[in-house]
Design a protein around this ligand. Sequence first.
Ligand code: HEC
Length: 127
Amino acid sequence: MKYNYLISKSSLHFTLIIGLVFIVGSCKTQKTTVSTPEPTSENKISYEKEILPIMKRSCTPCHFPEEGRKKMLDTYDATSKNIHEIIERIALPATDPDYMPFKSKKPALSAEEVKLFKDWLAQGMSK
Ligand code: HEC
């Protein structure tokens, strides 16, 4: 009787310890799986690689030197400082007076390209 009691007590401890290990272990794995993955340098949108080529194609000559007469948007600093207005204007319908590229002198940006600007902003605008 006493012997049986001892066994069950130690196996209770054993179960508790296993249980604790399991809980601690699952907390750890939960932490790593729940945290949202940071965009890596490979899938992060880059100013030089993605944004600048679109700006060069669609916003020249008006916003780029030498011929540009409007606000210069030819650098990372200028683009990131004006990003909210840029997104606002390129996302407008082409008939809107504020729409860019100005007066449809150039083809409108595609929906994917507008999204690229928005995602670039959301990801923290890497160079
Ligand atoms: C054909 C010339 C032309 C092209 C191409 C053009 N723009 Fe413009 N942009 C203008 C003119 C003219 C203005 C000033 C009138 C206005 O504010 O609507 C202007 C104004 C702007 C402004 C406001 C600047 C300020 O003074 O605060 C932004 C932002 C802008 N454009 C972004 C763009 C972007 C982004 C592109 C390319 C997708 C682009 N523009 C293409 C002529 C152009």
